[in-house]
Design a protein around this ligand. Structure first.
Ligand code: NAP
Length: 249
């Protein structure tokens, strides 16, 4: 298990799915963890009986970026790891694309992580800390009907590489994890599918994934932790696919 003793970690979108699994794993490894989300109830449920701290903050709201970073620094005096996990997506055929719908996706997947990372910079420089961005198989594979989600994740993957280069002089490492289809509430939640449609998509994905199963949140969280681990000190600018082989086909 990683040694995160006394490290301070922020996980955006930490109240469910991959973010919750990552936050729980960081806490189990000894880290002090701040999780964010838009809704109070899931945040309270996620932090009940733990040492983790919850903050209601929306990655799509620019002024929440500084507030999020400051909350962790005020509480614990430092910041070691920023996990840009919260994401937005929608089935959005090109014919239905509008300014607002495209902007909503990019606000969470591109602009929010940029502002959070910028606000985190002085603190990460002080600790030689690290940024981990959560992308998707569709950040590097084309998919019909999800083009703006896919393009926003492609942008996040390229930001990961550019920031790695730019921030190496400050000893800040930047990496990404590109998750394949994972058992979370995302299909009926952020993607807005009906329960029936979600089941059909899941079944199709299980058949297409070379390892023949959808991922569990911990499958992905483990790699977020590994990239944050001091043992990964010489790894930067990488986006690791954790996807059962889906990206290979
Ligand atoms: N599940 C998959 O199959 C899959 C595959 C590839 C990549 N991913 C990526 O993995 C990441 C996590 O997805 P997930 O499947 O674990 O999702 P999830 O189970 O739906 O959880 C999303 C989390 O993010 C929070 N959130 C959503 N929008 C937010 C915002 N604007 N600001 C702050 N918090 C926000 C949610 O809480 P609130 O709703 O209360 O805000 C929740 O805590 C996303 O970036 C997603 O694109 C997921």
């Amino acid at each position: 298990m990683s040694n995160m003793h006394d490290k301070v970690v922020i996980v955006t979108g930490g109240s469910s799915g991959i973010g919750l699994a990552a936050a729980t794993s960081f806490a189990a490894a000894g880290a002090k963890v701040l999780i964010t989300g838009r809704r109070v109830a899931p945040l309270e449920a996620a932090t009940q009986g733990t040492n983790a701290m919850a903050l209601v903050a929306d990655v799509a709201i620019a002024k929440d970026a500084q507030r999020t970073i400051q909350a962790a620094v005020d509480a614990w005096g430092r910041l070691d790891v920023l996990v840009n996990n919260a994401g937005a997506g929608a089935l959005l055929p090109l014919a239905d694309a509008t300014v607002d719908r495209i902007a909503d996706i990019f606000a969470v997947n591109v602009i929010g992580p940029s502002l959070l990372s910028a606000a985190a910079l002085p603190h990460l420089a002080a600790t030689k800390g690290t940024i981990i961005n959560v992308s998707s198989t569709y950040g590097h594979r084309p998919v019909a009907g999800l083009s703006h989600y896919a393009a926003s994740k492609a942008a996040l993957e390229q930001l990961t590489r550019c920031w790695a280069l730019e921030l190496a002089a400050m000893d800040i490492r930047v990496n990404g994890v590109a998750a394949g289809p994972t058992e979370t509430g995302a299909l009926t939640g952020m993607m807005g599918l009906s329960a029936d449609r979600a089941e059909a998509v899941k079944s199709d994905e299980r058949n297409r994934i070379p390892l023949k199963r959808r991922g569990e949140p911990l499958d992905v969280a483990r790699w977020i932790l590994s990239l944050a681990d001091p043992a990964a000190a010489w790894v930067t600018g990488q986006v690791i696919a954790v996807d059962g082989g889906l990206g290979l086909i």
